[in-house]
Design a protein around this ligand. Structure first.
Ligand code: PLP
Length: 391
């Protein structure tokens, strides 16, 4: 029987702050009434500041998979072609969903350990002289690898190729944790979810939609009802909802947005950067003695929300996770797809502080011993040294 706090260190869902839990501890209200409308409008205005957009944001009672699907069915017709930037498990999954709807998905192959070179995107788009590619799909933070794609540079590559493709970006594990600038970076559709940087329960998802994307939706032929942007905007307000609005989610979202604004987004990003750097320093200490290493190899593209740790050949990452959970009540993320058993993932996003992170790193260091994975000592000390002086 475990004692004390469960350390939930998966890269999402994340810890839900007490303030948000308390905000939901209220009765239901009429979702067609003025009181709910005011809350919803405050939420959509707050989301626009987090997305850094002045454009439309639509919300759904769904996980991120729903927002993925909403983007696909609203924008495309059967036989349309899209270009998917390969980054890992989540990128490929988004593409598979497009194929299921009869969209032709071309994957731009890429090393999972590095962000895509924007020149590769530019070259592929230049080749597409007939402009058959209707959209470029990319994941900002690939949660399965901990690699960040450079969204602003991908936008520049699309512009440099003078290509009219729409630009769709999944920010599920970056929004409200790592800077993301929808309008400045010319992103047409932003896909986001509730359960990571926004610190909410799982079950609400969002799409930020540019006027260009709304225009494309007007002629797109894939069937949609629940996800239909036209229907959602039919009453001229983003606060319109298909079916019964999940008012408790809105209570929670209102509180989360207030918390983010009280702290200030720049501070939120800096806090994530600091905890991420402490985590990477710990892994670098383990690396000596032919130990584990940070999976993401490009130092400028290592995620501030999740670190995937590659276990040396012969080691079993799942054994490390199991030991951390069974012995120390610390939950880590597992390797996905081809990374199963090869990496474990430390989530360092959302409502987290230094002692929580240090406790988790200490548990991982002990779990490496228990799982028989060779490693250097001193990961916790390296993280402590950094946290004691920085920030
Ligand atoms: N995209 C990314 C980058 C994710 O990290 C996840 C989930 O972790 C998803 C999509 C899928 O979202 P959900 O699990 O909320 O459906």
């Amino acid at each position: 029987m475990p004692h004390g706090a469960h350390f939930f260190m998966n890269p999402g869902p994340t810890n839900i702050p007490d303030r948000i839990l308390r905000a939901m501890d209220r009765g239901a209200i009429d979702f067609t009434g003025a009181q709910f409308k005011a809350i919803a409008e405050e939420c959509f205005a707050g989301l626009q500041r987090v997305f850094k957009t002045e454009e439309t944001i639509l919300a759904y009672a769904a996980t991120g998979h729903g927002a993925w699907e909403a983007a696909l069915v609203n924008l495309f017709s059967p036989g349309d072609k899209v270009l998917l930037v390969e980054s890992g498990f989540f990128s490929l999954n988004w593409g598979m969903r497009g194929e299921a709807f009869g969209i032709e998905v071309e994957t731009l192959p890429n090393d999972w350990r590095r962000p895509l070179d924007p020149a590769a995107l530019e070259a592929r788009l230049r080749d597409d002289r007939e402009h058959r590619i209707k959209a470029v799909l990319a994941v900002h933070c690939e949660t399965s690898t901990g690699v960040i794609n450079r969204v602003a540079q991908l936008r520049q590559a699309i512009d440099a190729a003078r290509h009219p493709a729409l630009f769709l970006v999944d920010t599920i594990s970056s929004l409200a944790s790592i800077d993301f600038r929808t309008d400045e970076w010319g992103v047409d559709v932003v896909v986001a979810g509730s359960q990571k940087g926004l610190m909410l329960p799982t079950g609400m998802a969002f799409t930020g939609v540019s006027p260009k994307a709304l225009a494309a939706a007007a002629s797109a032929k894939l069937p949609r009802v629940y996800w239909d942007w036209k229907r959602l905007l039919g009453e001229g307000s983003q606060a319109y909802w298909n079916g019964t609005a999940p008012v408790h989610f809105f209570y929670a979202l209102q509180e989360a947005l207030r918390m983010l604004e009280e702290e200030g987004l720049d501070h939120v990003f800096a806090r994530h950067a600091r905890l991420a750097e402490a985590t990477r320093r710990a892994v670098r200490a383990w690396r000596s003695n032919d130990g584990p290493e940070v999976y993401a190899t490009d130092p400028g593209a290592q995620s501030n929300t999740i670190t995937a740790v590659l276990v040396p050949e012969g080691g079993d990452a799942d054994k490390v996770r199991q030991a951390a959970l069974d012995k120390f009540n610390v939950s880590l993320g597992g390797g996905l797809d081809r990374l199963k058993g090869r990496v474990f993932r430390i989530g360092h996003l959302g409502d987290l502080n230094e002692p929580m992170l240090l406790g988790a790193i200490a548990a991982v260091e002990m779990a490496l011993d228990l799982a028989g994975v060779p490693h250097g000592k001193g990961g916790v000390a390296a993280a402590m040294e950094y946290l004691a002086i920085e920030g």
